[in-house]
Design a protein around this ligand. Structure first.
Ligand SMILES: NC(=O)c1ccc[n+]([C@@H]2O[C@H](COP(=O)([O-])OP(=O)(O)OC[C@H]3O[C@@H](n4cnc5c(N)ncnc54)[C@H](O)[C@@H]3O)[C@@H](O)[C@H]2O)c1
Length: 359
């Protein structure tokens, strides 16, 4: 099984390849004189070693998870690159989930003013979202992704066999972004992608030609199309990827960073976006019902207010959303086909308070 396509981001061509196994380093380093550095975490080290094969490629192994998405890890990557003798023509290869892809791409973007980066994604979330689109970064001062650059990877490999060991919670996290992508696909006029997700086998086993593989391929293509149209989020396209995220980020802050998986918060946020879209007459009731049924089938917590966390903290976090325009928080809601961005002027604060369960 192999699925390939390319998209272009600010002049850089990104090759996406969905295949069964991890790629060999020899496929990644087309120019064999090029020095490379494999970056992974303790849970993805075996995939990085499989990429390296019997070569003596340099390896930088980091601690796993969001807590390691910090300057100390970036410094370790840069130090390893320097020790391994990478020049400006060196290749950084990030093997792991979104944390590894964001940090490896960031380090590559600043190393000698920019070295090439390739990614081997091993989580569902990285395959359908994080590895695509050129956003890089790390957390600083307890603020998620405070520092970052736009720096697209030249090659993004998605070895679906690696998903076999993904913990259930990480599956659920990636699945929420997959559902989000299916909702915002304006070209999916008959809801075929949502129906495909509804038919997924909940045991998460991957076989060649599996529906999940088809869903990953569709999501990767949709995200590629959106970011290609709006590489730096200055236009009208990329903001749509924020569906559910305005509510989700506020929820994550109010519960405490790292307490919920990102996808758990996004699923809850999509449910709130449906409530808002319904109240504003933008989301047709039957579409909201189909989305809610799909979210329920994956067993996400959808109650408002969210059972844990503090609603005052939640409202404060919501009102300091970093994607505000003219001081007003904007929301993306499902529309009849795809999604619509709703400006803050159109929304009464009391409506938001009701939807999130603050009164
Ligand atoms: N750049 C972007 O556009 C973008 C978009 C969405 C999210 N992100 C970022 O992505 C990050 C979240 O990514 P994530 O959910 O992949 O988290 P992650 O990278 O922390 O991976 C989740 C956990 O799964 C483990 N893991 C990875 N692959 C595995 C495998 N195949 N088998 C077993 N365990 C495995 C990891 O070690 C980690 O413990 C966040 O930091 C977020 O900010 C970036």
């Amino acid at each position: 099984m192999k699925f390939e396509y390319t998209f272009t981001l600010s002049g850089t061509v990104s090759h996406v390849c969905i295949q069964d196994e991890v790629p060999s380093i020899n496929t990644l380093i087309v120019d064999h004189d090029r020095r490379s550095l494999l970056v992974c975490d303790v849970n993805t080290e075996r995939f990085a070693r499989a990429v390296a094969g019997d070569t003596d490629a340099a390896l930088c192994v980091l601690a796993a998870g969001e807590a390691a998405k910090n300057w100390t890890s970036i410094e370790a990557i840069l130090r390893s690159a320097h020790s391994a003798g990478l020049g400006r023509d060196g290749l950084f290869i990030g093997v792991g989930g979104g944390v590894i892809s964001d940090m490896t791409s960031f380090a590559a973007s600043v190393y000698m003013r920019g070295a090439a980066v390739a990614l081997v994604s091993t989580t569902l979330l990285a395959m359908v979202d994080a590895a695509l689109g050129g956003k890089t970064g790390f957390d600083l001062f307890d603020i998620k992704n405070l520092v970052g650059t736009f720096y697209p990877a030249s090659h993004i490999y998605m070895p679906v066999s690696s998903l076999a060991s993904l913990p259930a919670r990480e599956w659920k996290s990636g699945m929420a972004e997959l559902i989000k992508t299916a909702i915002l696909d304006a070209e999916d006029k008959d809801g075929e992608f949502l129906a495909l997700l509804a038919s997924l086998d909940s045991t998460h086993t991957i076989k060649a030609g599996d529906t999940l593989v088809e869903c990953i391929a569709r999501a990767a293509r949709i995200k590629g199309r959106i970011v290609q149209a709006d590489p730096k989020e200055t236009g009208a396209e990329r903001i749509m990827l924020n569906l559910g995220h305005t509510f989700a980020h506020a929820l994550e802050s109010s519960v405490g960073l790292g307490q919920l998986s990102h996808g758990e918060a996004v699923a809850w946020g999509i449910a709130r976006a449906c409530d808002l879209g319904l109240a504003l007459g933008i989301t047709p009731p039957e579409r909201a019902a189909a989305i809610m049924a799909l979210l329920r089938s994956f067993d996400y917590e959808l109650a408002a207010p969210y059972p844990v966390g503090n609603i005052t903290l939640f409202m404060n976090a919501l009102n300091s959303d970093k994607k505000k325009k003219a001081g007003k928080v904007r929301f993306v809601v499902p529309s009849a086909e795809g999604t619509e961005l709703v400006s803050g002027e159109r929304i009464e604060p009391a409506l938001i308070a009701r939807i999130v369960g603050a009164n």
